[in-house]
Design a binder for this molecule. Structure first.
Ligand SMILES: Nc1nc2c(ncn2[C@@H]2O[C@H](COP(=O)(O)OP(=O)(O)OP(=O)(O)O)[C@@H](O)[C@H]2O)c(=O)[nH]1
Length: 557
């Protein structure tokens, strides 16, 4: 996030704080009036409970706006009032007066003083200091630092074929000058280079660092870990193995700082505050102020996790959580309560009703961001296990089909164009038979990684079956899609795979059709499959455009 947008977030947080101060001043005034009435025996059946809820809200929100002492004092008073508020029978004036004595009234009257004790300094006052991890490089630029220029060039050429944009540099200092925020990975030759050239921890936003070591001793590995290195591969390095290793580290790094969070809170200032803090940390946020909107918001936003207040007017978080679980689609959605309720019994009971965890208010901005980011990461990992193919990390068959179905509906609705393509490795049975299943797996992963690099983030990429893949390219003409797929075929054919001492290459056939020309997405996928068959018949290694205007445009190889 840029300096400018960070100061914009800081300005918004400051405004919210002012709004909170204003509202809290009014609430404390009303509370003081109510307490004075209670002391002379004037109160209706719900008045004590209302005073209790007012203190509860103050206790839960003050800390988030930097008024920690106010939050603690309100919490202490809330605890004293709780037995009266929860009494099943009407409480007698004597009971009320025994709790709301002179000392209690004095403390309520002095709550206002705590509003001048702004503790935001010790807290996280300015968003400028928020950990910012939201912006990930989209290019796959890789810096290679190697003392042997020939070997460096070999690495550059090999990684280029896997869709990376590698650059060889002679020293780590040169790499540091390059501007690491645009780099997706850094490959350094050995421990000594890392130790001599650069204190990794002094550089923020360091991309994943992989060391290619000649020696593979315990001490060398330990030294690498000490330098802050993320991965190690012993020389001589097999390029497809290196490419796959980098892919895994880059994906992990990207996913650890992203996530979609839905916040449900009836307090608009608190909702906005949490939203700004999480957005400044790189998360995508959807705010729900009225709990009645929760179902629509869920299906539109499809969050990784939900953060939910416990007490929201007539609605209670645990009941809402239980209600969400009625829908099979939301059974696995993690729900985290954000509440000032610190009674363990209550927390356990609330979790039994469909919640997964509790964050106790007041929660510092820093802790909130870290706790939510970690939970989002876990939720995404679990989701990935269910929806992603374990070998390639691409969408599984059924999910890829349903994404293509959505894209088809979108195209037909808006009159837009898109392309669907089926891809199949050529003579793959022979690869397995000659070089073994492990080598075959590396080829499949190689193609998956190549697709990830060559296609856009918005494209759908799925593993359709064993060595068959499906791809949908939204907002793309047939001509462009054809050019892109020809480039994928060309790169694939150029990758050298190794098995024992043997080198081999594998080619790819593609069939594609315009998605919007078909009545259903299944019809389009079938037609793309037929186009693929045509390409296989025509000699493989290339792209066939099918559909009504079927015409074979160009075959590579
Ligand atoms: N290593 C590996 N092989 C797989 C995997 N899934 C499927 N296969 C193999 O992929 C091969 C597909 O072979 P075929 O369908 O005969 O096709 P082909 O040899 O690629 O021939 P053409 O498609 O006509 O070019 C079979 O040998 C499968 O065992 C996998 O996950 N890993």
């Amino acid at each position: 996030m840029s300096e400018e947008s960070l100061s914009e977030v800081a300005r918004k947080l400051e405004l919210l704080k002012l709004r909170f101060k204003d509202k809290a001043t009014k609430d404390i005034g009303l509370l003081q009036q109510a307490i004075d009435q209670f002391r002379v025996g004037r109160f209706g059946p719900n008045d004590v409970a209302a005073a209790y809820h007012s203190l509860h809200r103050l206790a839960g929100s003050a800390g988030s706006f930097g008024y920690l002492a106010l939050g603690e004092e309100a919490r202490a008073l809330e605890v004293m009032l709780k037995p009266l508020a929860e009494a099943s029978n009407e409480v007698a004036p004597e009971q009320v007066q025994s709790v709301i004595d002179e000392a209690f009234a004095w403390r309520v009257a002095h709550l206002i003083d705590f509003l001048s004790l702004d503790q935001a300094v010790g807290q996280r006052a300015a968003a400028a200091s928020l950990p910012v991890n939201g912006e990930m490089a989209t290019e796959s630029c890789v810096l290679i630092v190697h003392s042997d220029p020939d070997r460096a060039q070999e690495l550059v050429q090999g990684l280029e074929l896997h869709g990376f944009a590698p650059l060889a540099l002679p020293t780590l200092q040169k790499a540091a000058e390059y501007g690491l925020s645009d780099v997706t990975a850094l490959i350094a030759q050995d421990t000594q280079i890392l130790r001599d050239g650069w204190q990794l921890e002094s550089i923020s936003d360091t991309p994943p660092v992989i060391s290619l070591g000649a020696g593979d001793s315990f001490d060398e590995r330990y030294a690498l870990a000490e330098c802050g290195v993320d991965g190690f591969l012993g020389e001589p390095v097999d390029i497809p193995v290196l490419a796959d290793y980098m892919e895994r580290l880059i994906t992990e790094r990207e996913e650890s700082g992203s996530g979609r969070v839905m916040i449900v809170d009836d307090d608009p200032e608190l909702l906005e505050h949490y939203g700004l803090v999480l957005e400044a940390g790189g998360l995508e946020v959807w705010r729900v102020n009225d709990p009645a909107d929760i179902l629509t918001a869920l299906s539109e936003f499809r969050p990784d996790i939900v953060l939910m207040d416990v007490q929201m007017g007539k609605y209670r978080g645990p009941n809402l959580a239980q209600m969400l679980r009625f829908e099979p689609g939301w059974l696995g959605l993690p729900i985290i309560y954000l509440s000032s309720e610190d009674d363990r019994e209550f927390q356990v009971e609330a979790m039994a009703k469909g919640g997964d965890d509790f964050l106790t208010k007041p929660v510092s901005d820093d802790f909130l961001l870290r706790a939510v980011t970690v939970r989002c990461y876990r939720a995404r990992q679990l989701d990935k296990l269910a929806s992603r193919d374990s070998l390639t990390g691409l969408l599984k068959h059924s999910l890829a089909k349903s994404e293509i179905q959505n894209e088809h509906a979108r195209c037909r609705r808006r009159g837009e164009q898109a392309v669907v393509a089926m891809l199949d490795l050529d003579h793959f049975k022979q690869v397995n038979d000659r070089f073994g299943h492990r080598a075959g797996d590396l080829v499949i992963k190689g193609l998956a990684n190549l697709l990830r690099h060559q296609l856009r983030k918005s494209d759908v990429i799925g593993r359709y079956g064993g060595e068959e893949f499906v791809v949908a390219l939204p907002d793309c003409s047939v001509e462009n899609a054809q050019r892109i797929m020809q480039s994928v075929c060309k790169h694939m054919a150029g990758i050298e795979f190794h098995s024992d001492d043997q080198e081999f290459t594998v080619t790819l056939s593609v069939g594609m059709v315009p998605l919007q020309d078909f009545l259903t997405s299944d019809d389009a996928i079938d037609a793309a499959d037929q186009a693929l068959y045509q390409q296989k018949q025509a000699g493989r290694n290339g792209v066939w455009v099918g559909g009504d205007k079927s015409e074979r445009v160009r075959t590579l190889g």
